[in-house]
Design a protein. Sequence first.
Length: 383
Amino acid sequence: MVDQSTSGTQPGHTSYPRVFSPGKIGTLTLANRSMVAPLTRTSATVDGKVLPPMVDYYAEFARGGWGLVIAEATYIDLAYSQGYNNQPGMAYGVQQQSWKPVVEAAHKAGMPIFLQIYHGGAINQGNHWKVDSISASPIQPLGEQIDRYGGEGPFQKPREITRQEMKEVVASYANAARLAADIGFDGIEVHGANGYLPDQFLTVYTNQRTDEYGGPLHNRLRFHLEVMQAVRDAVPNKPVGVRISQTKVNDLSYAWPGGIKDAEYIFPALAETGIDFIHVSAHLGAVPVFNQELSLAGLAKKLSGITIIGNGKLHDPKLAEDLIARGEVDFFSVGKGALADPAWARKIADGQAPIPFDPGMTSPLATIANTAAWRKKQAAKVG
Ligand SMILES: Cc1cc2nc3c(=O)[nH]c(=O)nc-3n(C[C@H](O)[C@H](O)[C@H](O)COP(=O)(O)O)c2cc1C
């Protein structure tokens, strides 16, 4: 706790009363409104099993005062879903059991933990199970493979997913959700954002289909809706939600072409599948969009009426407090700020300054080992 007599600052829990008030997501009550955003660390085995350093890494967040941790993008089948080398999986029993110590460590520290489930589609730069990739349409992804996840050069051109494969993928999302729930994950987030498979269906230039999954917006959102419906049905008793964004890992400038009109269809349609929350990711999560007075998260709240998690440079607790006060979000997640300081939430509550993010923490690779090495080097400099 900061010494009030000398610092003159209030402890965070009184400066940010809304951030540090309990909140409900589905049937679950969280101690406060802060969440660790999902963060890919490419630190599992080559065949997608969780390793001990990942357990320690998640345990550190669990002790860090957050309301919830959302564990990293985790692939759902032993076919085309894996996107990155050393990404963890939740496709079958062996991968499932390897996650158990993570869940146990979180729960031991009193922290609920959700799993983010993922299909990379065309964004495939490292797949232990398949060499080629699939997507809504055979369109080569923009940009270059992501170097912090060990990729280099252009992405390969995917082939068009078949209707049969689409059914199998939907079933795999449901299976992964069930496997996660069965070992005690407290909720499931489907990765519907950032340019991965569901977002490849939603995005105009990666979806050139002429069937009922292509063309107008209600067709392009159909795959998202089928996935969410299947996951909702697979896990009826725990919180289930979806992450949504406009931009992508390989395209930071994409915006929904219909602007507010698209938002008016997307958010209510997702909510109608019976999910508990929408996690809205934006580069600047607090900034109004589409010439409206609300952030994208605020629009999601207004248009869907369900629980909303905001994200995007919300490690400034004042921004988060204001978004909650204005009713734009119910919760907020922190990405780079959490990576920089796993105890961000506890420090804000205690009126202390968290360690700020530095790109060195995720370079040359965004692995847990590299972040640890960076911290050690900094500590040696200070010492
Ligand atoms: C190293 C790294 C890994 C990430 N991995 C994921 C991921 O697995 N799933 C996801 O939805 N977003 C992922 N993101 C995006 C973050 O969750 C978050 O949306 C982004 O960092 C913006 O929030 P911030 O401004 O608080 O950092 C990742 C970001 C970083 C920096």
